[in-house]
Design a protein around this ligand. Structure first.
Ligand SMILES: [Fe+2]
Length: 456
């Protein structure tokens, strides 16, 4: 090899290494890539509670704008049964009572059980409540703790799960999450049961999912986002109303935030203002979701809730070949608002892998200026894709190469995350991969609040 050729080869190798190292980390960690399998319907995790017409699929969510309300939901399989929820503090567990609203729905040949939703209002902050549903021997008791009063320096820890499904891997993720004692409420970024994986969207898989997650969802609120697997339309059996099973089964306090749909809404909880958006509802200019979001940003008060967090199913920044650029139209419409309003974090699902972005934005483009590449932007959110709950579709192990500069860390493993808000300036974020039956931290970062610590 001639001297010039040799030098050229060395230069090329160096150039290649530099270009590979400039972006973030693509983790090579890998435990499992075989298909994920749904747990059979006769599994223990799906077992019906004992007793005639016993309430099942018990779950709660925040029931108002500020955290003094809880919506308790459950299903009775045989007949409506009692609509009462008895609740109270440890000293008097049945001090109060509230009545539920009943709903049912049909889906093809399937008829749902009796679905109850009951709003408990004017609860005290930061208080352990017990609640009971059902009658006599079949009645069941659960508990929850209300959040502290909304305030700028209130520490609070959220869990984050997406695309959970009901496989053996889903069970591991849920188990790992349940063993995490810090997390007090779950931010769920869409794709719940994957019932639509079955012929005619066998809705019995919505029931089994409800029984599966009860061990967590009955004790702490799940702040839910709708994903594409919640759309559930089957035209051949005339099921053409989008989100029908989801909306019947899972309620949200959307009216409290001035929304006209349970698919997009917001809540305040402790020191966080959380905005939930719908990737699969209209969001272009003049649509209800667009107008609601525009107005919602004017209501955010960072002196009251320093942390501004958005949940949306389809990610805007995703360097996986799966679902690549599916969130692009929403990004183009809303991203400038996110930067102007200094959103701290955006959590998404949809892609069955994990990815964390740098703070970047891509809002300069005006058709003629060619400025259409994401650039570092201290006012931009960190985007986290966490669609790795463990559903039946398996892992998305096909990242684009090379790793783009905006991608800080990515890995095709199942897991969940936690966000530990410490005060108005600092939050500690960590992602916990499922690793051979145990959980271990795969990625972590201190998140500095965009409003109170914009320089860091
Ligand atoms: Fe999805």
């Amino acid at each position: 090899m001639g001297k010039v050729t040799m030098m050229l080869a060395i230069a090329l190798v160096i150039l290649h290494l530099v270009s590979r190292c400039r972006g973030g980390v693509t983790s090579s960690y890998r435990r499992k890539l075989e298909a994920s399998v749904d747990m059979p319907l006769n599994s223990d995790v799906f077992r019906r509670p004992p007793g005639y017409n016993a309430p099942e699929q018990v779950h709660i969510t925040q029931g108002d704008y500020v955290g003094r309300g809880v919506i308790v939901s459950w299903v009775t399989p045989v007949e409506p049964g009692s609509d009462l929820v008895l609740y109270g503090p440890a000293s008097n567990k049945s001090k109060y009572q509230a009545h539920a609203r009943l709903t049912t729905y049909k889906f093809g040949n399937y008829t749902s059980g009796y679905i109850h939703h009951c709003k408990l209002k004017n609860l005290d902050y930061n208080t352990l409540y017990y609640y009971r549903v059902g009658i006599g021997n079949s009645s069941r008791e659960f508990s929850f703790t209300t959040p502290p009063e909304v305030g700028p320096d209130v520490p609070y820890t959220f869990g984050i799960i997406g695309d959970l499904g009901q496989t053996f891997d889903s069970n591991q993720t849920l188990g790992h999450y349940a063993s995490n004692e810090l997390a007090k409420a779950l931010l769920f970024v869409g794709d719940l049961s994957y019932a639509d994986h079955y012929p005619l969207h066998d809705n019995r898989r919505w029931d089994s999912w409800g029984r599966f997650v009860e061990r967590v969802a009955a004790y702490q609120p799940w702040i839910l986002t709708a994903g594409n697997h919640e759309i559930d339309t089957v035209p051949e059996i005339h099921e053409t109303t989008p989100f029908k099973p989801y909306i019947h089964r899972y309620h949200a306090p959307f009216k409290a935030s001035g929304s006209t749909s349970p698919l997009w809404y917001s809540i305040k909880r402790a020191s966080a203002h959380i905005i939930v958006l719908s990737s699969y509802s209209a969001y272009a200019k003049y649509t209800p979701q667009y107008e609601w979001l525009q107005n919602e940003f004017t209501k955010v008060n960072r002196s009251e809730t320093p942390w501004l967090i958005v949940l949306v199913h389809s990610p805007w920044y995703n360097s996986n070949n799966y679902h690549y650029m599916e969130g692009e139209t929403m990004r183009v419409i809303f991203e400038s608002w996110f930067v102007q309003n200094k959103v701290d974090l955006v959590f998404s699902g949809h892609v069955h892998a994990y990815e964390r972005s740098e703070r970047i934005s891509n809002i300069a483009y005006n058709i003629t200026n060619k400025e259409c590449t994401p650039i570092p932007d201290p006012s931009a959110p960190v985007y986290i894709t966490i669609g790795d709950g463990g559903n039946i579709e398996g892992l998305a192990n096909n990242f684009t190469e090379p790793q783009p500069n905006y991608s800080a860390y990515r890995e095709a493993s199942f897991g969940h995350a936690t966000l530990e808000i410490k005060n108005r300036t600092h939050a500690y974020y960590s992602w916990h991969r499922n690793s051979d039956g145990i959980k271990e931290v795969g990625d972590s970062a201190w998140i500095y609040n965009r409003y109170w610590r914009p320089d860091e």
